[in-house]
Design a protein around this ligand. Sequence first.
Ligand SMILES: NC(=O)c1ccc[n+]([C@@H]2O[C@H](COP(=O)([O-])OP(=O)(O)OC[C@H]3O[C@@H](n4cnc5c(N)ncnc54)[C@H](OP(=O)(O)O)[C@@H]3O)[C@@H](O)[C@H]2O)c1
Length: 236
Amino acid sequence: MSLINKVAYITGGSKGIGYAIAEKLLKLGMRVAISGRNIASLESSANSLGKSDNVFCITSDVGLLVDEQKAVQQIIDKWGQVDVVVANAGVGYFAPVDELTEEDWLKMINTNLSGAFYTLKSSVDALKKSKGYYITIASLAGANFFEKGSGYNATKFGLVGFTQAAMLDLRKYDIKVSTIMPGSVSTGFANNTPSEKDAWKIQPEDIGELVVDLLKMNPRTLPSKIEVRPKRPDLK
Ligand SMILES: NC(=O)c1ccc[n+]([C@@H]2O[C@H](COP(=O)([O-])OP(=O)(O)OC[C@H]3O[C@@H](n4cnc5c(N)ncnc54)[C@H](OP(=O)(O)O)[C@@H]3O)[C@@H](O)[C@H]2O)c1
């Protein structure tokens, strides 16, 4: 299947993993909409991505259904279709459960879990038309729990379950659904500053490459849940 001119929507595409996925899809000749809450950050990312007619920035908080509905409508108004949706936007706040604040809990639930549902809910009719692909960026934290991770673990375990059940519901429409579960990736996530100390981690472009591989996979085959980890975590 040629991916040229296919339309992708990547939530949280202004930074990190989402940005790297956008970069890879643009190189394939796709049209790519990226969203985030901060317009300055989106515009600066669009500039780095080449500011071509194939890049479209949308301000949206994935934790608000109405924002996601508007975002998808803007893509359809501009390009008439949506072929690939990557629910990537996510936040992480790490603290012992007795210290985790309600505010941080709700930010994670709203963004990482409800956000993925709102993004799919807003795009599923378009994906039925295009026989498209819906991908979530979960985490190895969706299969392995750890200290100070109660809130983040809850959202990512939930996201993996949500995505797998959605896969069963949507495959009869010829929509592919996958969840990617990365280990540590070198991004600015949770106040990290990428630097040489991150050399052992997965690099964001590696996840971009993985998304390309999924899109190029034969239509009959669906890798529905993909765990991906640094090969040498002992080098940290
Ligand atoms: N980095 C890792 O080690 C790692 C490992 C496994 C999984 N992940 C997952 O990968 C995804 C991307 O993380 P990343 O490492 O690329 O983080 P990042 O560099 O911090 O980027 C996060 C992106 O999400 C956007 N975002 C955050 N909250 C949002 C909201 N409510 N609505 C819309 N956009 C929102 C941010 O833009 P604004 O702030 O402008 O909204 C930004 O574009 C997350 O789901 C994360 O949980 C990360």
